[in-house]
Design a protein around this ligand. Structure first.
Ligand code: SDX
Length: 433
């Protein structure tokens, strides 16, 4: 059994002095070459898109892309999705252990008493056009929380970090649901503390002041699962954004608002909305070949939405659970013949038999089925990414807190490979070509 290397040596083909760098090992996953001292040797590494760069140490989530493994604080996502509710997983992400019965009851109570928004915050929504995308509204409203909850924004104070984290986790469902109500022109529904996290969100989304609304328990359970599957995912683009923004000491609301902005992109969290748009445009199994052809065409920027992943080189474990949840919800609603779901399953089958997708190890990711489930639950396409942001807030605040709790953390400041003009002298305007 070969021992793990403790050093890496970089040698140069011009016989310059080789550089020795230490190697670090984690609990699981690839070892890393510690390049922090590289700068003093006059060279940098180059890795746009961070294809092979570890930007931090973390104890929160681990993904094995080859095996399709996703662990939160060591627990497999399949077991958490099966046995936990979202607040239990949020507690695990934030505190490192699953809560015991007393801790869970206290945590749930605290979160339920922070679900209301400051009354003047409702005015922020009214600054937007009625047809504003919910993600635009959430970016604005979450960022404006810095102006309402500034009594606990010292990022180096653990108590401040905790209360801000709890406020964000508690208020995101209200903010997301009100973003939707604002689009509809319906009155905002206040949170109901007697309801659990998922039921409360569904109530704020679908209830009106005119009649009683009782959340369907099967749909509420499915929604908890959707939230759990989206809670955290290592150093993805939006989490890395939250860390980079937070590394300057920015307050938690500004940091999370930046994370929402990053998640909105169709290559990231916006893919669930884009997937459903793609399926609706595809319309029928007879057009699957046309879309797959476009996805394979290098001259066409079209990508098969909901397919592929930077880390997973096998099925995203969340996609498998989401497909099963999709089936349960459609059955509960008597929509097992839902044409969009059937089209998605046929597309997945055909794509996974196509050499292009097989050779590039492109499998369905978490966004492939999530939109179909949410659409079946009556949630409009425009809210899919807002719900992803709602769920990912648990991971973002856990990662943001982990970074700020690290006494050695520094402001993130990448270097570059400069390819612009070398020094040149100013040219008076009458001398310019
Ligand atoms: C999420 O990072 C995370 O963990 C994100 C996430 C999380 O929970 O935070 O998991 C959530 O964002 C999931 C991904 C959702 N996005 C999509 O479904 C959009 C479609 N997917 C692609 O845009 C793409 O697969 C990415 C963005 C997800 C990953 O892109 P990479 O890692 O930069 O891979 P790549 O673009 O270099 O692709 C490798 C090859 C390329 O072909 P070649 O240049 O090698 O010939 O695969 C091709 C790509 O053209 N490819 C696709 C494809 N995805 C990759 N071709 C067609 N359709 C696709 N979907």
């Amino acid at each position: 059994m070969s021992t793990k290397p403790t050093k890496a040596t970089i040698s140069f083909d011009n016989n310059a002095t080789p550089i020795e760098l230490p190697m670090l090992s984690g609990t699981l996953g690839n070892d890393v070459i510690d390049i922090r001292a590289l700068g003093k040797h006059g060279v940098y590494t180059y890795d746009p898109g961070f294809m092979a760069t570890a930007a931090c140490q973390s104890n929160i989530t681990y993904i094995d892309g080859e095996k399709g493994l996703l662990l939160h604080r060591g627990y497999p996502i399949e077991q958490l999705a099966e046995h936990c509710d979202f607040l239990e997983v949020s507690y695990l992400l934030m505190h490192g252990e699953l809560p015991n019965a007393e801790q869970k009851a206290n945590f749930t109570k605290i979160i339920s008493t922070h679900t209301m928004l400051h009354d003047q915050l409702s005015n922020i929504f009214r600054g937007f056009r009625r047809d504003a995308h919910p993600m635009a509204v959430m970016i604005g409203v979450v960022g404006s929380m810095s102006a309402f909850y500034f009594d606990a924004m010292d990022v180096y104070n653990p108590q401040h970090r905790e209360i801000s984290a709890y406020r964000l986790l508690a208020k995101m469902p209200t903010i997301a649901a009100w973003s939707y109500k604002y689009n509809l022109g319906q009155p905002f529904m206040q949170p109901q503390n007697k309801l659990n996290y998922a039921e409360n969100f569904m109530h704020m989304m679908f209830a009106t002041p005119c009649e009683e609304y009782t959340p369907n328990p099967v749909l509420a359970k499915a929604f908890e699962k959707i939230l759990i599957l989206h809670a955290d995912h290592e150093q993805n683009a939006s989490t890395s954004t939250v860390r980079l923004v937070g590394s300057s000491g920015a307050n938690p609301f500004a940091s999370i608002s930046a994370g929402i902005a990053s998640l909105w992109g169709p290559a990231h969290g916006g893919a669930n909305e884009a997937t459903l748009q793609m399926l609706e445009e595809m319309g029928d199994v007879s057009r699957i070949g046309e879309f797959i052809k476009r996805a394979k065409d290098k001259t066409d920027s079209f990508r098969l939405m909901g397919f592929g992943h930077r880390v997973y080189r096998s099925m995203d474990p969340r996609a498998s659970i989401m497909q099963k949840t999709c089936y349960e919800v459609l059955n509960e609603l008597g929509l097992h013949d839902d044409p969009i779901f059937k089209l998605a399953m046929e597309l997945e089958k055909i794509a996974l038999e196509d050499d292009y997708f097989v050779s590039k190890k492109l499998y369905p990711n978490v966004d492939f089925y999530s939109g179909i489930v949410m659409r079946a639950m009556g949630i409009p396409n425009s809210m899919f990414t807002a719900i992803f942001a709602l769920a990912r807030t648990a991971g973002w605040i856990a990662q943001w807190s982990e970074m700020n709790a690290d006494p050695e953390h520094k402001i993130g400041r990448p270097r570059q490979l400069y390819t612009g003009e070398a020094r040149r002298e100013f040219m008076p305007i009458d001398k310019r070509a």
